[in-house]
Design a protein around this ligand. Structure first.
Ligand SMILES: Nc1ncnc2c1ncn2[C@@H]1O[C@H](COP(=O)(O)OP(=O)(O)O)[C@@H](O)[C@H]1O
Ligand SMILES: [Mg+2]
Length: 242
């Protein structure tokens, strides 16, 4: 593997046990993502995108295959080592924002630092600086239900950045947002990628959103149907589906 691979998965498989028996969701997926890449993952509903993202985010474990995150084989780490690696390397952004409604925006963004034992004034200073970076400097003492969906997603992005991650994993981050707001969010990810060198992996089912990425990975029935330049992959699919 290259020293600059942030993610390397090899023959990754995932089965779920259900009442009707085991269901295979990922069928032997392999790819590497280098430091600094901007990758879109597309695929029909139920193709395994969220399952894959949850494994990449160390929120779930594969049934077979290997996952190497930032040079560490994830299955060889104990619970604390894995939590530590995840907190150091990954920022996760969800479709539903996942903010604490009773906490201020500053408290929401600072929360991951509580678990790291960072002092309150230091946490809050970092959180307020990141809220400034996402354009919410004047809302730091506001609450999630007082701001728009797009603003809430920006808070969630600020929270994902509070631990200085090298990698942002975003599962349909614009799924609940209108087109204009979605573009603002994607412009922000683009800046993080270009200016700060953060590796970005975004799941989406919208062509316009995937077009922000350099590389496209398309999942169909738990297998990779395309992995290559986003422009060519989106063009090819547009022709197939028209
Ligand atoms: N915890 C689970 N238990 C059983 N089946 C699941 C579970 N999570 C997801 N699935 C199934 O796995 C398949 C892929 O789901 P998912 O990864 O959420 O797809 P996508 O994000 O591409 O829509 C679906 O058929 C879904 O019903
Ligand atoms: Mg999903």
């Amino acid at each position: 593997m290259s020293a600059t691979d942030v993610i390397r998965i090899t023959h990754l498989g995932k089965d779920y046990d259900t009442d009707a028996g085991p269901v295979t969701v990922l069928r032997g997926i392999s790819f590497s993502i280098h430091e600094g890449e901007f990758v879109a993952i597309m695929g029909p509903s139920g193709s395994g995108k969220s399952t894959l993202m949850n494994i990449l985010g160390c929120l779930d474990t594969p049934t077979s295959g290997e996952y190497v995150l930032n040079g560490h084989s994830v299955s060889e780490l104990d619970h604390d080592q894995l939590a530590n690696l995840r907190n150091r390397v990954i920022g996760f952004v969800f479709q539903g924002f996942n903010l604490l409604q009773r906490a201020t925006l500053t408290e929401n963004v600072a929360l991951p630092l509580v678990y790291r034992g960072v002092a309150r004034h230091e946490r809050n200073a970092k959180a307020e600086s990141l809220l400034g970076k996402v354009g919410l400097a004047s809302h730091v003492r506001s609450y999630p239900n007082k701001i728009s969906g797009g603003q809430q997603q920006r808070v969630a992005i600020a929270r994902s950045l509070v631990g200085d991650p090298r990698l942002i994993l975003a599962d349909e981050p614009t799924g609940n947002l209108d087109t204009h707001t979605s573009q603002e969010i994607m412009d922000f990810f683009t800046r993080l990628n270009r200016e700060d060198g953060i590796t970005v992996v975004v799941v989406t089912h919208e062509h316009d959103i995937a077009a922000y990425a350099q590389r496209l990975i398309r999942l169909v029935d738990g297998k990779i149907a395309y992995d290559g330049p986003a422009a060519a992959g989106l063009h090819e699919h547009a022709e197939v589906s028209s």
